[in-house]
Design a protein around this ligand. Structure first.
Ligand SMILES: Cc1ncc(COP(=O)(O)O)c(C=O)c1O
Length: 491
């Protein structure tokens, strides 16, 4: 459960800072339904760029932004792409919600808001006294640094040194303190060690996405309902919302599935990871290239008991398709051979590496369950190719310039050719095995108790359900905070 204990003195300080910096905090309800954002704020957003460091952009932490670089308002149906069967090779419909149109170009800005907001509006985090530390394998620390800045606090980003250069450049550009830890994607232990070192100094407050329940709270309420909105908007008579797949970094996005399974009880929920680091599938380990996911441990906030399937994706598949979607030769193949229209081809650049992996998970799930034209599988595109220009350049250096023949091969071998290998439908006992792996990270190393671990398995109502429902309490606190700054009234 999220702790809402108040520190009145620090809260008064946060309110004063918000007042001085014109910071109004959006509620979770507004992120779900941004049409309810006050008209005066919507008017002001018409002159604000999507990535501007402007507190009004807190109101753009939603899947329903108009897809515009600047001045966008909100739409009733979230941004999504439907991937056609000519591309995917499976008959079912695959719908993918788009993270590119969040500030920072990635949905992780929502997860970081979910972690920061409870401590800000209770005063547990004091904007004048604390630095907000964002341990991450990439985008979470970008979202956290962005939110810290908007909320008048200093942000500290911790991320592995081998993450893409675009991430480091941007973090420096917004004035975040940046700490690079050894290794790549899957070196989360090194990040935890750095975090534990910083914890000794009281000026640092750690927002660990792998354990903070604000992360699933946000995804369950905002992403889960948004993906349901997309399905309701696109469904034809007889269509079933049959499956949803998400690769796991912190497993925050996986909570989307908890919401969807309540709304669509027959839906199968799949978790994806890299074949090169098959921790869920195989208790495995290893480095890999699907940036943002797969960290050689089971995150505390992964509701494993509710996860129906694990799917491992070869990182070579996602790398190959990154070039297919983002080079002129690849795009020519998509246009000439697959007859995709220019609008869709442009939208395929909205898939980052993990977004491609998410789509591949959907295809493998569709093959495994033999989904038909009546079935719909949902996922998200966490970020877009904007974050990976340097990776494409590296691939071009390594393999030589891309050609239409490469495109044909890549599409056939790395997408159409996917099989039902390296995946597993999880029985009760399989899930228990995965859940039990949490012990070694969280109880042995990170200070949780065995009772808390058991509660996540045996007491769904008292843990996961309670956290999901805490969105209403958080909104009450946010509304009270805004009331006390007086800024909403003065609009
Ligand atoms: C690019 C990218 N994809 C996927 C993920 C995984 O999302 P989650 O942490 O919600 O599991 C992340 C997490 O940081 C990410 O940055």
């Amino acid at each position: 459960m999220i702790d809402f204990t108040r520190d009145e003195e620090a809260l008064a300080c946060n309110i004063q800072t918000a007042k001085e910096n014109n910071i109004i905090i959006p509620t979770i309800a507004q992120m779900k339904n941004p049409e309810t954002v006050p008209e005066a704020i919507q008017q002001k957003l018409k002159t604000v760029g999507l990535w501007d460091v402007n507190p009004l952009n807190l109101f753009r932490i939603t899947w329903k932004n108009e897809p515009k670089e600047s001045g966008g308002l909100f739409r009733s149906v979230p941004n999504y792409i439907e991937l056609p069967s000519e591309l995917t090779g499976v008959p079912c419909r695959i719908i993918a919600m788009v993270g590119k149109w969040f500030p920072t170009g990635c949905h992780k800005v929502g997860a970081s808001f979910g972690c920061l907001a409870p401590r800000l509006v209770t005063g547990q985090f004091n904007v004048k006294k604390h630095k907000a530390v964002w341990p991450s394998t990439g985008n979470y620390c970008r979202g956290g640094a962005f939110n810290s800045k908007l909320l008048g606090a200093q942000g500290v980003a911790i991320l592995p040194a081998e993450m893409s250069q675009e991430r480091f450049d941007w973090l420096h550009s917004i004035g975040a303190e940046v700490i690079a830890t050894p290794g790549c994607e899957s070196n989360v232990k090194e990040i935890f060690d750095k975090t534990n070192e910083l914890k000794q100094d009281p000026q640092y407050m750690i927002f660990n996405q792998f354990e903070e329940m604000g992360n699933p709270l946000w995804h369950y309420n905002v992403t889960g309902n948004a993906l349901a909105d997309v399905f309701e908007a696109v469904k034809r008579p007889g269509d079933r919302f049959a499956g949803a797949c998400f690769t796991s970094g912190s497993a925050g996005t996986m909570s989307t599935g908890d919401r969807l399974k309540e709304l669509y009880p027959n839906l199968r929920l799949g978790v994806g990871e890299a074949l090169q680091c098959p921790t869920i599938l195989n208790n495995g380990f290893g480095g890999h290239r699907i940036e943002g996911i797969g960290d050689k441990h089971i995150p505390w906030i992964h509701n494993v008991k509710n996860t129906d399937m694990v799917i491992a994706i070869d990182d070579e598949d996602s790398q190959r398709l990154l070039r297919l979607f983002n080079t002129p030769e690849g795009q020519q193949y998509l246009r000439d051979e697959l007859k995709l229209d220019d609008e869709l081809i442009e939208k395929l650049t909205w898939l980052g590496i993990s977004g491609i992996a998410n789509v591949l998970c959907c295809i493998k799930m569709a093959k495994y369950y033999e989904f038909t034209e009546r079935d719909v599988v949902g996922t998200v595109l966490t970020d877009s190719a904007v974050m990976y220009g340097s990776r494409i350049a590296e691939l071009n250096d390594e393999y030589g310039a891309y050609s239409c023949n490469d495109a044909l091969l890549d599409h056939n071998l790395h997408m159409l050719g996917l099989k039902t290998d390296s995946m597993q439908e999880l029985t009760y006992q399989d899930r228990k095995r995965v859940h039990n792996l949490k012990y070694y990270t969280w109880v042995e190393q990170q200070g949780k108790t065995a009772e808390e671990l058991n509660a996540l398995w045996y007491d769904t109502e008292g843990t996961w359900d309670t956290v999901h429902a805490q969105a209403a309490d958080l909104d009450d606190l946010i509304n009270e905070f805004n009331e006390r700054t007086g800024l909403l009234k003065a609009l």
